[in-house]
Design a protein around this ligand. Structure first.
Ligand code: ATP
Length: 350
């Protein structure tokens, strides 16, 4: 549905060229909710704006629905953009127009027949839950309601793709949740492919199926959200995940373990998914190995409907027993083990 090949974007600034994006490759399937996450300055906004050529790439291709946008004439591009809706962090509504007029505006520009505009606006406002706000002005609406107008406007030309540029970043958590739910409904009911950029892993966790992590203008990691949550590879991904999984062992616990049991206690973090999330892993482990297990932290969450658990346990016992036990655990499918720093590390690969 969307393909990006070897895309670069260089801005010319007074201080010289800025390499905002380098060698970006992406493939986004039809019907996907694809998230792009990265820290400030990573290139997220530039990338999403390159997808509809609001920002022209310096090099590379953007292919949407088999059309290479970088090859189109201005009028062909205008036509192709009707298939790509976009919503923004600050909503970008026209304050002098009512809610209905904001939505009607795109239809007027697209040359839609006058008699078709009103019923379509009504339908769109109903879809986003604002049927009763048609005659209000944007200043009379909450942030969440304004974003709903933005969504109705973005859907006016029946797009196949919806681009969301930090669409929930200026909203409180509850409103964020309701907007994400609306986006998910739109994706499921209308089959629209959604690409969103965000700096919040919560947003990725809540609605995305695939995620790409961008840092310094490059995609450093991408894959299915569940895989990235359970086996993150890059430090930047791990940092984002810490904020949502919150499975860091407090310093004081760590020092207690190493002070009381020098060279003995080992802290391990288990991440488990799917069927293994419902298994009595720890009791089975203690039963089989002569090792004590003290649970310091535990949490079970759901990502894309799949249970996903995290456990942090302190293991004490004979060194060899502990080592064998950890290796056994590591061989079980669906379980990922990390020996946490501060405890004597064990090489899990041999
Ligand atoms: N018009 C511009 N001229 C020059 N440099 C720019 C321009 N727009 C962005 N940049 C630079 O390009 C890089 C990527 O910026 P971009 O806004 O895409 O990042 P971002 O990940 O969206 O950041 P944020 O989350 O803070 O919005 C940054 O170094 C930024 O300073």
């Amino acid at each position: 549905m969307i393909e990006v090949h070897n895309l670069d974007k260089v801005y010319q600034s007074e201080e010289g060229p800025v390499n905002a994006l380098e060698g970006i490759d992406l493939e986004i399937d039809e019907g996907e909710i694809f998230g792009i996450i990265g820290p400030s300055g990573a290139g997220k906004s530039t990338l999403i704006r390159c997808l509809n050529l609001l920002e022209r790439p310096t090099r590379g291709q953007v292919i949407i629905d088999d059309k290479d946008l970088t090859d189109l004439t201005i009028s062909q591009l205008r036509e192709a953009r009707k298939e790509i809706g976009m919503i923004f962090q600050n909503f970008n509504l026209l304050n002098s127009r009512t809610v209905a007029e904001n939505v009607a505006f795109c239809l007027e520009i697209a040359g839609e027949k006058k008699e078709d505009i009103n019923p379509k606006v009504k339908r769109l406002l109903k879809l986003v839950g604002l049927a009763d706000k048609a005659d209000n002005y944007p200043s009379q609406l909450s942030g969440g309601q304004q974003q709903r107008v933005g969504i109705a406007r973005a859907l006016a030309n029946d797009p196949k793709v919806l681009l969301c540029d930090e669409a929930t970043s200026s909203l409180d958590p509850e409103t964020t949740h309701s907007i994400l739910e609306l986006l998910q409904d739109i994706n499921q009911e209308l089959g629209i492919t959604i690409v969103l950029i965000t700096h919040e892993m919560e947003v990725i966790k809540e609605i995305c199926t695939q995620v790409a992590v961008i840092e310094g203008g490059e995609i450093v990691e991408q894959g299915h959200v569940l895989d990235i949550f359970t086996t993150p590879q890059e430090p930047v991904t791990k940092k984002f995940l810490q904020r949502v999984i919150n499975a860091n062992v407090p310093e004081e616990l760590l020092s207690r373990v190493t002070v009381n049991n020098p060279g003995q206690g080992r802290l391990i973090k288990l991440s488990f998914t799917g069927r293994s999330a419902g298994q009595p892993i720890v009791s089975k482990f203690v039963h089989t190995h002569q090792v004590e297990a003290n649970i310091l932290y535990g949490n079970i969450d759901k990502i894309q409907g799949t249970p996903f658990g995290t456990l942090i346990i302190e293991l004490t016992g004979e060194r060899e027993q502990v080592k064998t036990g950890i290796k056994d655990l590591n061989e079980q499918s669906g379980i990922r083990i990390e020996v946490i720093e501060g405890a004597e590390s064990i090489n899990l690969s041999n």
